[in-house]
Design a protein around this ligand. Structure first.
Ligand SMILES: [Zn+2]
Length: 135
């Protein structure tokens, strides 16, 4: 069974990766720079987002076991469920799609957190116990 350090590390990596993907997609979809084919990425912004992605992804990565502590082999319930995982993956797909109307600072915080949380469930899915469908 993956332990807290594993989930925290995986969440940190996933959270910062998704922040980087979101930054790249926003640059690609930026109408102002459509014609010059140049990315307008500031290093300060990228480093800030990477740190924020590590932080939020780590929290998302350990949250399922904080909500449902691993005190026994049957601790996994709704917060470890397929239903929640699929819902989060749908939200991530929607958020990184061009159709997303979620804008603003809070929506940027949501993606790395959700990615970290999903990484926890994906890691737990690989164990013999797996994930419950709903609870
Ligand atoms: Zn877990």
């Amino acid at each position: 069974m993956p332990n807290r350090e594993f989930h925290m590390t995986l969440g940190a990596v996933t959270g910062s990766l998704f922040f980087a993907v979101e930054e790249l997609l926003s640059q690609i979809n930026n109408e102002e720079h459509k014609d010059d084919n140049k990315f307008n990425i500031s290093w300060e912004s990228l480093i800030f987002k990477a740190i924020l992605g590590v932080f939020l992804g780590s929290i998302g990565g350990i949250l399922p076991d904080l909500l449902e502590p691993a005190r026994d082999p049957n601790h996994r319930s709704f917060f470890h469920s397929w239903l929640l995982l699929l819902s989060m993956l749908l939200v991530i797909a929607f958020k990184i799609s061009k159709k997303s109307t979620l804008k603003g600072f809070l929506s940027h915080l949501f993606l790395p957190f959700t990615a970290g949380y999903s990484s926890h469930l994906l890691a737990d899915m690989t164990t013999a116990k797996g994930l419950p469908a709903i609870k």
